[in-house]
Design a protein around this ligand. Structure first.
Ligand code: SAH
Ligand code: SF4
Length: 350
């Protein structure tokens, strides 16, 4: 029996993996074995359904200056936009009419959208449409998060980005990993289903860091984990960094599925952007979520977090959703018909 098989055998009996186990899986040479094992776990724990989350990128203004991101405030080359509340609601309406059961409201950290304004928008979406709402607007006060929860938001996506505290503070000037984790705990306390996640291929990251990313998400009991490659953006200080590769990203994804069997794992747009089959490969290695971008075409081109993002010329509802549904069908899977709530909120209704 190989070391990989020994670890998986132990996990199969319900044992909790140690950090050394996770490092060993991440550095195992038995990729194919890991991949098919992850696929089996996904099928056993979550079935064949792939949940769609329609994302509306409603503002690309950001007060933060993360070294990896094209929306950073120091990027003067980016043309900035904000959608109006009516535009956001219209887009949500189109998404709901196209059958989406989750709407994700994402933006840079834009104080122009106060918690009150966001809450108003969330409340209207929840009242008019039969959808779950995920919010992803970065670091806010606990009071802000509470207002959004009271307005009816179901989930919050706040990636921890990297579990290495020094790397975190270097890449996200003026902020700490501890503070990001504190916010995730607040969100959970307030009743949100929480989503976290990390980038793969950040400069200075190694297998130990990636193992800690997975261990941290296990500890936080996240209901979603967005794991995608870091893609260098020429308009940022990390323009010359190497970035994440397909093979490592898929391996981290597969190990995440093994360690977090019930957690929703998206086949990320970032992975689809560095390989034409990226999302299909992810679906076969543990992923069970895809996030079609339903932002109006004129805006989505400007939400340039990283270069060569796929689908930016396609209109979300009439083009992206049918395209992604076909991709899911060709992977032998079906599109989820429910809200696709997290594993701790399965019984809940929106
Ligand atoms: N402002 C919010 C949400 C928008 S950023 C926040 O930061 O939480 C959404 C995600 O984009 C981030 O969580 C990060 O993981 C990802 N991202 C940023 N720059 C990236 C890059 N260059 N390559 C890949 N993903 C990136
Ligand atoms: Fe702003 Fe989020 Fe980009 Fe950081 S990752 S610069 S907070 S949009």
């Amino acid at each position: 029996m190989t070391a990989t098989q020994e670890i998986l055998g132990r996990l199969e009996t319900g044992a909790r993996p140690s950090r050394d186990d996770v490092v060993a899986l991440l550095t195992s040479s038995e990729e194919q074995f890991l991949f098919s094992y992850a696929d089996k776990i996904r099928e056993r724990c979550l079935g064949d359904e792939v949940h769609l989350r329609g994302i509306i990128e409603f503002s690309n203004y950001c007060v933060k200056n993360c070294l990896y991101c094209g929306l950073r405030r120091g990027n003067r080359r980016l043309v900035r936009y904000r959608m109006t509340a009516d535009e956001i609601l219209e887009t949500a309406a189109e998404g709901a009419a196209a059958g989406l059961k989750t709407i994700v409201l994402q933006s840079g950290e834009d104080p122009h959208f106060t918690a009150k304004e966001l809450s108003r928008i969330i409340a209207v979406v929840k009242e008019r449409y039969d959808v779950a709402v995920t919010v992803s607007v970065g670091d806010r006060t606990k009071r802000d998060y509470r207002l959004m929860k009271e307005a009816g938001a179901d989930r919050y996506l706040l990636k921890h980005e990297t579990s290495d505290p020094e790397l975190f503070s270097r890449l996200r000037p003026g902020t700490t990993l501890q503070d990001r984790i504190k916010r995730l705990r607040w969100l959970k306390e307030l009743g949100f289903q929480i989503g976290s996640g990390n980038m793969v291929g950040l400069p200075g990251q190694d297998a130990e860091t990636l193992a800690d990313d997975i261990m941290l998400m296990q500890e936080l009991e996240v209901e979603m984990a967005g794991i995608g490659p870091f893609i260098p953006n020429s308009d940022t200080p990390l323009a010359r960094a190497q970035g994440g590769d397909v093979a490592t990203t898929l391996k981290v994804l597969a190990v995440a599925r093994i360690v977090l069997p019930n957690t929703h794992l998206p086949a990320t747009t970032a992975l689809g952007s560095i390989h034409p089959e990226g999302r299909q490969m992810a679906l076969a290695r543990g992923a069970n979520v895809v996030m079609p971008d339903i932002t109006p075409v004129g805006y989505k081109k400007l939400y340039r977090i990283y270069p060569n993002k796929i689908c930016i010329d396609e209109e979300g509802t009439t083009q992206c959703i049918p395209c992604i549904s076909a991709l899911i069908a060709s992977s032998g899977r079906s599109v989820g018909t429910g809200y696709g709530h997290g594993w701790m909120h399965q019984q809940r209704r929106t």
